[in-house]
Design a protein around this ligand. Structure first.
Ligand code: ADP
Ligand code: ASP
Ligand code: MG
Length: 406
């Protein structure tokens, strides 16, 4: 393969939202080529195209086939790769575009949330050797029956990091509309500060808990394959945020980020027998229906009766309630309830591994503002509370102020 240094760059939806933006991206790529880099570029669909395609499907069918949905959504990225290749040709940069299926991004068959199992590098390496910039459609792959699959919303980040891993690229740059990873979503908490570095573990936890700046699986890949990820803005030339291992981190904050996640709902089953086998039956039925359960809390009341609350993706609430209803008689449950207007509010930091009292402080801050905590869960480096979503913004701001500062 070519001896030039290889870099993988990913440009998100806002960065390629218009012809002007695509031309600006082409100019940036050209500057890397001029500096002696071989460049592999992964792009998202333009602007809000993916949302528009979802609305389009909704206007035809309320329950579209998952296979056809992935077929539809993958078209967004295909538009961008072709336009970016044309923009590069216009400025005399040799470039070629490929869809996920053309470069054989193999995934499992889990439509709308497929996982990459293998990527063939042959075609890409040949094009690099021919002196071309290689442009790959993010977010998409093919399963073993050659059905088109997509990797879940925001999945182009994962396409880019997976490519960087298989191509053994020194660095993967994620270009977006913010100039790095902040201590909270800067659109919600205006006092949020940019982090110059963050550990893979913290970023993974933040992404899992709702920091939409990176797809969580991209961080998993980056950590596993030691890809140096650099999150930066496509609207400026400033340095962004670099992801590195916890050992490399100079400063270890107790809380390095606050997140507020709004895509889950709470389901509660009341007054079920407090005996072995009940949870096993409920959660294995949910698992068999491919419903992802996040937080689970069980509380025992009088008369050996318990209530179980858990959170699932809002899209899965209907399916979840149907399963719970079918178990209601078997369990003798008194009621099944669901609540969609919840927010999972979290504080994350590697410093929690060696500190006491962080959970207590978080609960006190919320109670001082009369915010009720409906569920709690903890990990080694994170604490999450379910609260009513009307308090989401206020809660994120006050936690940020108390833990990180203004
Ligand atoms: P792209 O289309 O480039 O992938 P995304 O919309 O997926 O962009 O991600 C960028 C957005 O992530 C930002 O505009 C910002 O509002 C949001 N975001 C959420 N949490 C954070 C955070 N902790 N740091 C930076 N951005 C964040
Ligand atoms: N276009 C897809 C989405 O909007 C994938 C991505 O942008 O990463 O989710
Ligand atoms: Mg994104």
């Amino acid at each position: 393969m070519s001896k030039r240094k290889l870099i993988v760059q990913k440009y998100g939806g806002t960065s390629v939202q218009s012809p002007e933006r695509i031309k600006a991206v082409a100019q940036r790529i050209k500057s890397y080529v001029t500096d002696g880099f071989s460049v592999v570029v992964v792009v998202s669909a333009m602007g809000k195209t993916t949302d528009q395609l979802i609305d389009l499907a909704d206007s035809i069918s309320k329950s579209p086939s998952k296979r056809e949905m992935d077929m539809l959504l993958s078209t967004g990225e295909q538009v961008t790769i072709a336009l970016l290749a044309m923009a590069l040709h216009e400025i005399e940069v040799d470039a070629i575009s490929y869809t996920g299926s053309q470069i054989k991004v193999l995934t499992d068959g889990n439509f709308s949330d497929a996982k990459i199992s293998k990527i063939s590098t042959e075609k890409i390496e040949r094009s690099i050797d021919d002196g071309k910039v290689v442009i790959v459609a993010g977010f998409q792959g093919i399963d073993e029956d050659e059905n088109i699959t997509t990797l879940g919303r925001g999945g182009s980040d994962t396409s880019a990091v997976a490519l960087a891993a298989v191509l053994k690229s020194e660095e993967c740059e994620i270009y977006t509309d913010v100039d790095g990873v902040y201590t909270a979503d800067p659109r919600i908490v205006s006092e949020a500060k940019k982090l110059t570095t963050i550990s893979y573990d913290e970023m993974l936890e933040l992404a899992r808990l709702g920091a939409g700046v990176l797809h969580s699986r991209s961080v998993e890949f980056a950590k596993k394959y030691g890809v140096r990820l650099h999150v930066k803005s496509s609207f400026s030339y400033e340095k962004g945020t670099i992801l590195m291992s916890t050992e490399e981190m100079m400063e270890k904050f107790i809380v390095s980020g606050i997140t507020a996640k709004n895509d889950e709902a709470k389901v509660t089953i009341r007054d079920i027998p407090d005996r072995p086998g009940i949870s096993a039956k409920l959660f294995s039925d949910l698992g068999q229906s491919k419903i992802y359960v996040n937080m689970i809390v069980q509380s025992t009341g009088r008369d050996k009766l318990a209530s179980i609350s858990f959170t699932v993706k809002k899209n899965d609430v209907k399916k979840t309630l149907t399963i719970c209803e079918s178990l209601k008689n078997e369990f003798g449950a008194s009621a099944i309830e669901s609540k969609e207007d919840i927010t999972i509010l979290s504080a994350v930091g590697v410093g929690m591994l060696s500190s006491y009292g962080v959970a207590g402080k978080m609960f006190k801050i919320l109670s001082d503002h009369q915010i009720n905590i409906e569920m709690i869960s903890t990990s080694e480096i994170g604490i999450s509370c379910v609260i009513d979503s009307i308090y989401a913004e206020l809660a994120a701001k006050i936690l940020h102020k108390e833990f990180i500062g203004s």
